[in-house]
Design a binder for this molecule. Structure first.
Ligand SMILES: Nc1ncnc2c1ncn2[C@@H]1O[C@H](COP(=O)(O)OP(=O)(O)OP(=O)(O)O)[C@@H](O)[C@H]1O
Ligand SMILES: [Mg+2]
Length: 298
């Protein structure tokens, strides 16, 4: 089989240096931003040396799908994903950027990550096990197991740490950070968007266990920014395999995690090279997530 191409980093000299995240690179266009999703993949917060073919395109197009679908509930930052507009923005015919790039309105990001959860997992389950149901002003029932469904979706905001892990905080702490009016709006939108998205995901046989949204202020208005319900910002689980009482398999990253857990690696950079079968199986999971959620062929 011919090797499939991956883009590990974008390079657009005409636009200067991007802000580089684990997966995406953000270029300043003045009024707007250009967000390029690379094919990088991270696991345990470490970026792997090789990429997943098509992952950047898939994530960008999933965001595009959700931004359009959930537009009735809140304005979002998306301006364009077309080649014509992207090539015009970078001033050159750049097929490597095709499908993986989005021009967006530049906003003032709120300094919080807005997380909704319908199931308990990850960092919240760890804190729950230690501290019980009263953490961060929440009122969680006793006796929850890892992966359990919550009685109703909850809002668990977090700080946006520039380094290290984001920290879960209470709603009241978000009021201190952004003011009551914006904090309430962000919370209500987070729960609304999450609830709408879970219904759609369930129709595709997927549980949307939790997800993280970001909002920003643009022309004095709160808008939805960053990415939209991608596997990188959300926990998707296979609905038919859901079984509380332990960590649920990740829909998209399980092959990578299994490979990493079964080798001698201490989860600090650099990450090990992923073998071809792990890369190819992981790619197929992203393709499957895309096709099931959007109902479109990649
Ligand atoms: N419309 C927007 N206006 C302003 N900033 C935005 C907009 N959309 C996204 N951003 C910001 O762009 C950055 C996207 O970076 P990215 O998510 O790739 O990396 P990161 O958040 O620094 O780290 P990580 O890779 O862990 O997510 C975030 O800081 C996000 O808040
Ligand atoms: Mg981010």
């Amino acid at each position: 089989m011919q090797a499939m191409s991956v883009l590990l980093s974008s390079n657009i000299p005409a636009l200067g240096e991007p802000k580089v995240g684990k997966v995406r690179e953000v270029y300043d266009l003045g009024e707007d931003l250009l967000i390029v999703a690379t094919d990088r993949i991270s696991a345990f917060d470490v970026i792997m040396p090789n990429g997943i073919p098509d992952k950047g395109r898939i994530l960008n197009q999933m965001s595009c799908f959700w931004f359009m679908r959930l537009k009735p509930f809140v304005k979002n930052h998306m301006i364009s994903v077309t080649d014509k507009d992207i090539f015009a923005a970078v001033g050159a015919h750049s097929p490597e950027l095709s499908g993986r790039s989005m021009i967006v309105k530049k906003a003032d990001p709120l300094p919080i990550e807005c997380v909704a959860r319908g199931y308990i997992a990850g960092s919240l389950f760890k804190e729950y096990k230690k501290g019980g149901g009263k953490i961060h002003g929440l009122d969680l029932p006793d006796g929850l197991q890892d992966g359990d469904r919550l009685p109703e979706p909850i809002y668990t905001p977090a700080t946006k740490a520039t380094e290290g892990h984001d920290e879960n905080i209470s709603f009241d702490q978000t009021v201190d950070l952004v003011g009551r009016e914006v904090a309430e709006k962000a919370r209500d939108l987070t729960l609304r968007l999450y609830t709408e998205a879970t219904h759609h995901a369930e129709d595709a046989g997927l549980l949307l266990a939790d997800t993280k949204f970001e909002f920003g202020i643009h022309n004095g208005e709160l808008i939805w920014i960053d990415e939209a319900l991608t596997p990188d910002s959300s926990r998707y689980w296979e609905k038919k395999d859901w079984k509380p009482g332990g960590a649920q398999p990740s829909f998209d990253k399980q092959y990578v995690r299994d490979f990493l857990e079964n080798m001698d690696w201490d989860k600090t950079p650099p990450g090990p090279e992923l073998p071809d079968d792990v890369v190819m199986n992981t790619r197929l999971k992203y393709v499957e997530a895309y096709e099931r959620i959007t109902g479109q062929r990649l």
